[in-house]
Write a protein that binds this ligand. Structure first.
Ligand code: SF4
Length: 144
């Protein structure tokens, strides 16, 4: 171990043993409360384990557009579900009308799923986004 590495190790131990406990003792509110205060007004809701799983599924989309053939003339494209709506919770409220349209016509998403070469679960993703949108709206109402 070099002298520089040893100094770094001592610094880490000092912070863990003395500085961090003092910071925690004088903190006025828990971290989860600060998170809520800072991020909920912007629509940034906490990411759950299910959110991570659905995001992994959405990331399989290769933007080929084949699923959009299932909804020609409907006014909304199924590929928006993984490509746009799943991207960020902050902008999800802007997609409320299109998402509601797709949720009301799940058969379009089912046909899109059958056409999808990557087997992206469009129905499951749309339902998850509907629930996520509710969480975002609740968070915004709570923060107001
Ligand atoms: S068919 Fe599948 S991979 Fe292609 S755009 Fe639609 S969801 Fe994405």
């Amino acid at each position: 171990m070099t002298q520089k590495e040893f100094a770094g190790y001592v610094r880490i131990v000092f912070r863990a043993a003395f500085v961090r406990p003092i910071q925690v003792a004088f903190r006025s509110e828990p971290g989860s409360d600060r998170f809520r205060r800072n991020f909920l007004p912007e629509g940034l809701v906490p990411t759950s384990a299910e959110d991570r799983e659905r995001l992994r599924e959405a990331s399989r989309c290769i933007h080929c557009g084949l699923c959009d053939a299932a909804a020609i003339g409907v006014g909304v494209s199924p590929s928006l579900v993984p490509l746009v709506f799943a991207r960020t919770a902050v902008e999800l409220p802007l997609a409320g009308r299109e998402l509601a349209l797709l949720l009301a016509r799940p058969e379009l998403l089912e046909v899109g799923e059958r056409l999808c070469p990557e087997r992206v679960p469009l129905v499951r993703l749309a339902r998850w986004l509907g629930e996520r949108l509710e969480r975002v709206r609740e968070a915004a109402a709570e923060a107001a």
